[in-house]
Design a protein around this ligand. Structure first.
Ligand SMILES: [Cu+2]
Length: 116
């Protein structure tokens, strides 16, 4: 009778032990978390015009302007479709380097992503 009444406690303790093991496992990180960095497109400009990131980071361009724009790398490594006002485009950089880009509609718009 006494053992039977203890069973739920033993069960609960066992469950908690498993939860503790499960939550402890991801603590030993193997890779650093990759960041998401923002570039705003407004007033016919990318802000910041030059952005430094790390390999594996994702850049999210948001068109906060009142007209369409694009984000196209000079070396062709990334190429957005038409980005309408309010829309975003994102690209994950997997290689180090200096990537200049621009807008196909507005040749004066220039930006650079420096991947370290
Ligand atoms: Cu543009």
């Amino acid at each position: 009778m006494r053992l039977k009444s203890l069973n739920p406690i033993v069960l609960a303790a066992t469950c908690m032990a498993f939860v503790a093991i499960a939550t402890a496992a991801p603590a030993d990180k193997k890779e650093p978390a990759h960041a998401r960095k923002e570039v705003s497109i407004a007033n016919l400009a990318y802000t910041p015009a030059t952005l430094k990131i790390h390999v594996g980071d994702t850049v999210v361009w948001t068109n906060n302007d009142d007209r369409d724009h694009t984000v196209i790398a000079a070396d062709g490594s990334f190429k957005s479709p038409n980005i309408k006002s309010g829309q975003t485009y994102e690209y994950t950089f997997t290689k180090a380097g200096k990537f200049s880009y621009g807008c196909i509609y507005h040749p004066r718009m220039k930006g650079t992503i420096v991947v370290e």
